[in-house]
Design a protein around this ligand. Structure first.
Ligand code: SF4
Length: 430
């Protein structure tokens, strides 16, 4: 768990982003998981990849407890622990790392891509993992491709781990012949990916590539004809690298809820010149099903107040869904950082006057939350338990990253994730 050590900038800069929207910028103490957390869902997604964290026992504990169930299986992640001799510079950490990689690859011939993942300790001793990856690639490529990125907790939030991981793959994506193709960027549960693929097929959009792929060896091609549709709102570095390789971003809200999913598919449909009639015909069965399913939860959520702490970067799209499709009132929408390239379409859909905050000064934000007494608070694990003890209903933001919540068929499930804690709290108080 990373806790930013000190307050550097006074915490009350008010900035106007667009009409009628003020952003409270805070640069105080934060409570977030580090980027290593992304390994928990990335190792499930890319079945031929292995994530080797180069870090401390703390790093190992974080990963193992976050993805605990995998301890009983043959896990596709591990930690090369930097011992005291490495940290004191008494041992050659590069030699040690090579030895660990040798052992690992000898034992696990199924590994096609190995990610060396940096951590706070490896950064502190300035272990150059890019050089280590280059050196190891000379020995193991093409049987195994070795890439590196940092999951360090310093100055990052936990979903940036996925951004860093995908970013490390961009330079090795094969070049396409510039023919039109769609690349969906961001990890999705396989079941959701299949649903979207069926909708794209119905719309006549293709070829469609999902990035990251299910097998890291099946890298999608990239070139001037590639159109990017973002499934996750925290992939700023990856998107910029993909654009630098010629791809074009299709600006769109994210596929959360019926409205978000429709707008997201429409962005792709417009790029492929699909006419409105065909579009509506293709989405009608799934969106009608979703409307019926969502209605049940809307009743439970309408008029209830939500407070979102900054944690996952999903906060703004989720707030848009909660307010526009579930009728909730937004007390404050906190987000770790605002990347205008990725977030403008979402911000424009928030109700006029939404209290938006960027960054965190956790004690001040807790004070605002306690004063507002929202019906539900979306926050990290570290804040949820104390707030629950104070009688407030909470939702763990990390659960929203682990759960399949994208697309029409998950719209009601997403609403249920918020309705359930409210119902639980109601039962506790009657
Ligand atoms: Fe802690 Fe840093 Fe390791 Fe993350 S990378 S578990 S913040 S030491």
């Amino acid at each position: 768990m990373a806790l930013e050590p000190c307050t550097e900038v006074p915490a009350t800069n008010i900035d106007k982003t667009n009409a009628d929207l003020s952003v409270l910028k805070e640069r105080g103490q934060r409570e977030v998981f580090c980027g290593l957390t992304g390994i928990v869902w990335l190792h499930r997604k890319m079945q031929d990849a292995f994530f080797l964290v180069v870090g401390s026992r703390t790093c190992a504990h974080l990963i193992q407890s976050a993805a605990g169930v995998m301890i009983f299986a043959e896990p596709r992640f591990g930690t090369a622990i930097l011992g005291e001799r490495d940290l004191a510079g008494l041992a050659d950490a590069n030699e040690e790392l090579d030895r660990v990689v040798d052992q690992l690859l000898a034992r696990r011939p199924d590994i096609g891509t190995l990610f060396l993942v940096g951590s706070c300790p490896s950064e502190v001793i300035k272990l150059d993992l890019a050089k280590a990856a280059e050196r190891l690639n000379h020995r193991f490529f093409p049987k195994v491709r070795i890439l590196n990125y940092s999951g360090s907790g310093i100055e990052t939030t936990f979903t940036q781990g996925e951004d860093a991981c995908l970013g490390s793959m961009v330079p090795v994506l094969p070049r396409s012949h510039d023919e039109p193709s769609l690349m969906v960027v961001g990890s999705l549960a396989d079941v959701v990916e299949d649903q979207f693929q069926r909708l794209f097929d119905k719309l006549g959009i293709g070829p469609v590539y999902f990035f990251p792929p299910r097998r890291a060896a099946n890298l999608p091609p990239i070139g001037k004809g590639t159109r990017l549709l973002l499934a996750q709102p925290f992939l700023g570095e990856t998107v910029r690298s993909l654009m630098a390789r010629g791809a074009t971003l299709l600006p769109s809200p994210y596929p959360f809820g019926i409205e978000g999913t429709t707008a997201w598919l429409k962005a792709a449909a417009d790029a492929w010149n699909i006419d409105q009639e065909r579009f509506e015909e293709a989405i009608a069965p799934a969106s009608n099903r979703a409307k019926i399913a969502l209605d049940r939860y809307r009743q439970a959520l309408t008029g209830r107040k939500a407070f979102l702490f900054p944690d996952s970067q999903l906060e703004i799209p989720l707030a848009r869904f909660l307010s526009r499709e579930c009728g909730m009132e937004l007390v404050e929408v906190g987000t770790p950082y605002i990347d205008r390239l990725l977030m403008d379409t979402e911000i424009n859909l928030l109700p006029v006057g939404t209290a938006l905050s960027e960054g965190q000064d956790v004690e001040k934000q807790l004070d605002r939350c306690r004063e507002a007494r929202p019906d539900i608070t979306v926050c990290g694990l570290g804040l949820a338990n104390p707030l629950e003890a104070e009688g407030m209903a909470t939702k763990w933001s990390i659960e929203l990253v682990f759960s399949p919540i994208h697309g029409y068929d998950q719209a009601a499930d997403l609403a249920e994730l918020f309705a359930r804690p409210l119902e639980r709290r109601r039962r506790l108080t009657v």
